[in-house]
Design a protein. Sequence first.
Length: 168
Amino acid sequence: MPRIELTTDVQAVPETVFDACLDVDMHTESMGASAERAVGGVTSGRLKAGDAVMWEARHFGLPWRMTVRISDYRRPHGFTDEQVSGPFGRWHHEHTFTKNPANSSATVMRDVIDFTAPMGSVGRLVASLILRPYLQRLVARRNAYLAATLAGPPRPTDQRWQPQPPSE
């Protein structure tokens, strides 16, 4: 099964990074190149434990739809989204957030994605040669956008990235 592992340094505290990663609107902004948007389930605001969202996008010139559910929620330490329906045989994306030991106001964000493609041995070949590198670039680009946005000057009218009190 292909695996993608990425680590990104973000100049914001874990609570802020956690909240931003679960913000549907920020996700949409970060995925502009593929015209990704939420079309079902929670379509704006912040996702929480048990929430589902259906994403629609264009990848490789083709329309894709994928519904994921937040299956694990450990604010501010991490969460997991898993495919409920969509193009993959399996999609399991674990997000973790830890304080950067060298800078207490920064976060080490880690993504671990395990996925499979349908269609047996052909799917395994496509996943390894095409999907894995493509998805790694896609997630790295999203993480760079998130890191740049959170490190930038605060937007006084935009409270989305401000840490929120823990949800019950």
